[in-house]
Design a protein around this ligand. Sequence first.
Ligand SMILES: Nc1ncnc2c1ncn2[C@@H]1O[C@H](COP(=O)(O)OP(=O)(O)OP(=O)(O)O)[C@@H](O)[C@H]1O
Ligand SMILES: [Mg+2]
Length: 245
Amino acid sequence: MPNDGYLDDSVHWKIRNGLVAFAEPTQREVADAILDCGLATEVGQKLGSGKEADVYLCRDGRTLRAVKVYRQYRTAHKGGRRIKLESMGQRALREFDLLAYAWQGGARVPEPGRRNENMFSMQYLGTPSVVAPMLNDSVLEDPESFLHQTVAGIEGLAEAGIVHSDLSPFNILVHENLPWFIDLAAGIRVDRLGSPPWIRLQEALRSLEHGGAALARYFRKYNLSLDTEDLVARVRAKIELFRIA
Ligand SMILES: Nc1ncnc2c1ncn2[C@@H]1O[C@H](COP(=O)(O)OP(=O)(O)OP(=O)(O)O)[C@@H](O)[C@H]1O
Ligand SMILES: [Mg+2]
């Protein structure tokens, strides 16, 4: 990976010339950055805040959009690795690329907008007055049908060539009674496995198993069971199609 372990020349140059700030930007500064680079024309409330990114409700002309901003410093990453200044841009790029690929492949994910450095815009899920809730916070009208749609949606991602490696009731939003998959940051593209592909695929399928188990726990409160092994087998079957193609 470029830039790994040390800062590259362009970053040294920015530091020498005072172009790098070493404190997390304030909410106001983030809003200015979103407006400056043209991702939106108006920035509203924060919709959510996770381990390493914040998501804002924005307006682009007449259209409501969600803008995800990777934080530069306040991340949950611990351990000995140095924080690389450019790495949040890379994360945003990676998630945006996966989102675009999933969407083009017909998966039920927010339509991607544009990316700039450590932030990108996408379709806002919700109504003008209420944001689509996370599955975890939802009371489902028809849980059985929702479970089927969830399994079908995970298969749909696999058909598009993606394994979502961070599935949980927190990364599925309930919008118009359907499951929408968000937070693809840790996903993998089956057609871009690099080397050694087999090991990465095995890892992704293992995280899918964990994700399936988290969803199974969620659906248990409705007395519904989700067969995790079957889910993984279905995804594996879809992925095989990519390996043949
Ligand atoms: N397209 C969207 N429309 C409406 N709300 C969204 C959208 N994308 C994200 N959100 C809200 O923002 C929250 C955080 O988004 P997301 O899960 O992508 O980031 P994250 O949790 O910070 O990532 P991480 O898991 O790396 O910590 C979601 O739980 C959801 O409430
Ligand atoms: Mg999340």
